[in-house]
Design a protein. Structure first.
Length: 285
């Protein structure tokens, strides 16, 4: 039987972002040495390549997901929600603005990245209708369908980003029944949650569940074998780290919150969540 010292995994982190430029390796080592593995998620081609490079630096505990975020299919303005509500400090102590130059989905470039053995999924991809134009919506759908095609080709799961677009995203996914994945930072209704679950998609939750009571019904509703834990770092740090830069090690607080909300022992929740990761991403951990 495979034995591992890892007790948990952060399935959605952004150690490839500039917020970690000063101490990226220290943050990664802090997680790994503390028993937390992590998946670094790409948002466009350069951050996807950086995610792969980071996964290569560590023999165990570090993995990558590559893809094009829907907001990066168009040039965009500063989005306070995307920067974590204004609580993300940069290296100089000030909040970094978040903007996109716009990227056309390059299927061949992402196909090459998906050949890497430590790449375990595609994303974050999906639809984001928060303050967008009609032409942006069309570009998002085109990029989403391209990434679904890669998921079918490589038989790898999707890491979904969906905001104010759950209905359209679900309608697209249901036409591709062989594709599975995870709905990252899920914030939809119980009915939308059930539709994802019916399609075989897991739902992941962030540190928000440590301080926002409105998520507790969703956590209780999601079956234990269909739930995942993530940080979405450097954003939305959990209690007791609110207001600070988030990091993969803090996923322990998310796992503890899931255990508390579901009335489980911590060890029971940890074991179930690791089993979910193994099943969806094929990670031997």
């Amino acid at each position: 039987m495979y034995m591992s010292h890892f007790r948990r995994i952060d399935i959605h982190s952004h150690l490839n972002f500039a917020a970690f430029d000063a101490d990226r390796d220290a943050v990664a080592k802090r997680a790994i040495e503390g028993g937390t593995a992590f998946i670094t998620v790409g948002t466009q081609l350069d951050t996807s390549r950086a995610a792969v490079a980071l996964a290569e630096r560590y023999p165990e505990g570090a993995y990558a997901i590559v893809g094009l975020h829907p907001i990066h299919t168009s040039a965009s303005f500063h989005d306070e929600k995307e920067s974590g509500g204004g609580d993300l400090p940069g290296r100089d102590g000030h909040v970094k603005e978040f903007a996109s130059r716009g990227e056309t989905f390059d299927l061949d470039a992402y196909r090459e990245l998906l050949k890497h053995p430590k790449v375990v999924g595609i994303g974050e991809c999906g639809l984001d209708y928060y303050r967008l134009s009609e032409d942006s919506r069309a570009r998002q759908k085109e990029a989403f369908l391209g990434q679904i095609a890669l998921a079918e080709e490589f038989k790898k799961p999707l890491m979904l980003h969906v905001r104010e677009a759950y209905g359209d995203a679900l309608d697209i996914i249901k036409d591709h029944p062989t594709v599975k994945g995870n709905a990252h930072f899920f914030a939809g209704t119980l009915a939308e949650a059930q539709r994802f679950l019916d399609l075989g998609f897991t739902l992941s939750f962030t540190g928000v569940i440590t301080f926002a009571k409105q998520y507790e019904e969703l956590v209780r509703f999601t079956p234990l074998d269909m739930i995942q834990a993530e940080t979405d770092c450097p954003f939305v740090a959990p209690v007791p780290h609110r207001g600070k830069r988030n990091e993969p090690a803090y996923v322990s607080e998310v796992v503890a919150a899931i255990a508390r909300i579901k009335g489980l022992k911590l060890e029971e929740a940890e074991e179930a969540l690791l089993a979910n990761v193994r099943r969806l991403f094929g990670i031997l951990i």
